[in-house]
Write a protein that binds this ligand. Structure first.
Ligand SMILES: [Fe+2]
Ligand SMILES: [Fe+2]
Length: 133
């Protein structure tokens, strides 16, 4: 079960709300992986990745605006990590997954692993730095 844990909270309500949604999307990815009844996952996967791209863009821009407003010194490096995440999401090869159940599951699984690892590390190691007082 992917969801917010006490240690993920930054104390900035709007940011925490957005991180909560990102964990929900990770859980939706897990649910898609676990869904054995769905024979063709291509449409769901496409939908999920585009939602992830949209939502992370929104979240990253809010975060970067906030960092700018507080004069955060490492804004540039932080934004570079956001751009790298976006590039990795865009790089998922969705053309080669059609009609192959095993391949689809492999893609969903690699999306899930990437997403969860990145999210947890980024929130704990990188996001927490701009909220440190
Ligand atoms: Fe961030
Ligand atoms: Fe964040």
């Amino acid at each position: 079960m992917y969801e917010m844990k006490p240690e993920y909270y930054t104390g900035i309500a709007s940011i925490d709300q957005e991180h909560t949604r990102l964990f929900e999307l990770a859980q939706e990815t897990q649910d898609l992986l676990d869904n054995d009844l769905l024979q063709d996952k291509a449409d769901s996967l496409l939908h999920l990745i585009s939602e992830l791209i949209d939502y992370t863009r929104t979240h990253f821009s809010h975060e970067e605006e906030y960092q700018k407003s507080i004069g955060y010194a490492n804004l540039k490096q932080h934004a570079a990590q956001h751009r790298a995440f976006e590039a990795r999401l865009m790089a998922f090869d969705l053309d080669s997954i059609e009609n192959d159940y095993q391949e689809q599951n492999k893609t969903v699984e690699s999306l899930l692993n990437f997403l969860v690892t990145w999210l947890v590390n980024h929130i704990l190691e990188v996001d927490m730095k701009y909220v440190e007082k």
